[in-house]
Design a protein around this ligand. Structure first.
Ligand code: GLP
Length: 263
């Protein structure tokens, strides 16, 4: 696992966007796994900037989102469909047919989830999955106790997650209690994982995920089982990491080796 510690939120966003842009440049029809929440906002803003100013081309890019609230229509102001449209899809040249987000209004959840998994498989699999992290260390909506082998399914949100997300709704009672989410097993199938975290409020979750035991109680700890993970975290989010100095040292060495290779 690569742990890249940067100064602040803007640096997290720039670094994550440059990794995703690199993926698109080397494979123009890349399959991106995308996330919602406040953390990826800066990453999407930077990708939009790269599209507008540097010609980053999304015309062949395909995407699969991690999750969607169950019961919310795509045009609901707090749906993840709406979030993605407003923050990324509506601002770059991606084709509507190449975008996939779980359907929060599906009548047959089991069949829908099976089909979502099938669509990911048929696309050739996700090349890089962007991930935020919940305060309890969840990925997508894989709350504590989710099987580390879980697939896309309906999940009940914890009180903590409902409370955390209440800030986006006018009333806490409006926050959906259920969501359709890719499973931890689905996430681990992606070829690369890119976790981003910012702020002291995420420090405990980051520490538990990167340095804690692998446990279904902190589903992001499953990242430790994946062969190609990059965690980009800012100083406040990395505060509790015991091996912080070592991670920084590793990045310094990598930079030196790259610089020497370029001479
Ligand atoms: C929700 C999303 C997660 C996200 C988390 C943290 O639970 N389903 O994908 O990582 O919120 O969001 P934020 O980045 O706003 O802290």
């Amino acid at each position: 696992m690569r742990v890249v510690i940067v100064r602040n939120y803007d640096d997290v966003s720039r670094k994550a966007a440059s990794i995703i842009a690199g993926e698109i440049t080397s494979k123009p029809n890349a399959v991106l796994g995308l996330a919602t929440g406040s953390t990826p906002l800066g990453t999407y803003k930077e990708l939009v900037r790269m599209h507008r100013q540097e010609g980053l081309d999304f015309s062949r890019v395909r995407t699969f989102n991690l999750d969607e609230y169950y019961g919310l229509a795509p045009d609901h102001s707090q749906s993840y469909h709406r979030f993605m449209e407003e923050n990324l899809f509506g601002r770059v040249n991606i084709k509507k047919g190449n975008v996939h987000i779980p359907d929060g209004l599906t009548k047959d959840v089991t069949a829908f989830c099976r089909q979502y998994e099938e669509m990911i498989r048929q696309s050739g699999g996700i090349d890089i999955q962007l991930l935020g992290i919940g305060r309890d260390g969840h990925l997508g909506f894989n709350e504590p106790g989710s099987s580390l082998g879980s697939r896309t399914r309906l999940k009940t949100l914890t009180e903590e997650t409902v409370k955390d997300n209440a800030r986006f709704f006018s009333k806490a009672s409006e926050v959906p209690r259920l969501a359709i989410t890719m499973g931890v097993g689905t996430i681990l199938d992606a070829r690369k994982l890119l976790l981003i975290a910012s702020g002291g409020v995420k420090a405990e979750a980051v520490k538990a995920s990167i340095e804690g035991p692998v446990t279904s109680q902190v589903t992001a700890s499953a990242l430790q089982l994946h062969p190609h993970v990059i965690c980009v975290v800012d100083e406040p989010a990395s505060r509790l990491l015991l091996k912080k100095d070592y991670y920084k040292y590793v990045e310094k060495i990598a930079e030196t080796v790259e610089a020497e290779a370029r001479i």
